[in-house]
Write a protein of this length. Structure first.
Length: 255
């Protein structure tokens, strides 16, 4: 079955998809997601604070799907810039069918009593506030359209307890709660809102993976690759997930 035939089944051909963090955020998940959408016939707006990384994603896309990608430099924490960028994408494409929010990361990992307040605030902002700002900007657009898909990205850290990194874990858990609230409010307008919850994700590195103490706890025997997460995101943005909303989908090989 060709990519075109798959796209017809998934209902993605000709869709307008905005990927925030499409330059390669979240260990390459952003780039893999943008490329997969384009391969399935979507037009992809690649948004990233790193304009060079976004441009490289667009170059890779346009090499296999001519004029399928466009680039916007975007600071996901700058509300005015996010609002303005949404308007610019609408001016170019007339609609936005899918919004994928991939921005995230963490600065420092330490015990709760040792987390500086500024580091706590930074990790909450990078992960949770950025998702709030993006969702707040796209929601009115999709309500007017009475259609749309929003996919947020959490982390397995939201579902686990560790000896460090409470600020990151709390932010990622907050994304799941934000997603569920969004799903309820948006559902009355035919908008699906879901999240993926990735486990450890990176390009294959057998030597490094063998030394990772988490690997024996992975039933499927390997860590996820960026493309694995991209497939889950694409599924949640497709017609095949029409009756799925408010779901946090674990993509962690059974950890």
């Amino acid at each position: 079955m060709s990519n075109y035939e798959v796209a017809q089944f998934l209902g993605l051909n000709g869709k307008i998809v905005a990927v925030v963090g499409g330059g390669g955020a979240n260990n390459g998940i952003g780039r893999a997601t943008a490329i997969l959408f384009a391969k399935l016939g979507a037009n992809v707006a690649v948004l990233d604070i790193n304009s060079e990384a976004a441009a490289e994603t667009a170059r890779l896309i346009n090499a296999v799907a001519e004029n399928a990608a466009s680039v916007w430099q975007l600071d996901a924490l700058n509300k005015d810039q996010v609002d303005r960028t949404v308007k610019e994408i609408l001016e170019k494409y007339n609609r936005i069918d899918v919004w994928v929010q991939l921005v995230g990361g963490h600065k420092g990992r330490t015990l709760i009593e040792e987390i500086p307040l500024d580091v706590w605030k930074l990790n909450i902002e990078i992960n949770l506030t950025s998702a709030f700002i993006g969702s707040r900007a796209i929601l009115p657009v999709m309500k007017r359209q009475r259609n749309g898909k929003i996919v947020l990205v959490s982390s397995f850290a939201a579902r686990s307890i560790s000896v460090s990194g409470a600020d990151y874990a709390v932010a990622k858990a907050g994304i799941i709660t934000l997603m569920k609230q969004l799903a309820y409010e948006a559902g009355f307008f035919n908008i699906n809102v879901n999240a993926i919850v990735p486990g450890p994700t990176h390009q294959p590195n057998p030597e490094k993976d063998r030394k990772d103490g988490r690997l024996p706890k992975v039933p499927l025997g390997r860590f996820a690759r960026p493309e694995d997460q991209a497939k889950a995101i694409v599924f949640l943005a497709s017609n095949w997930s029409e009756m799925i909303t408010g779901v946090a989908l674990d993509v962690d090989a059974g950890m």
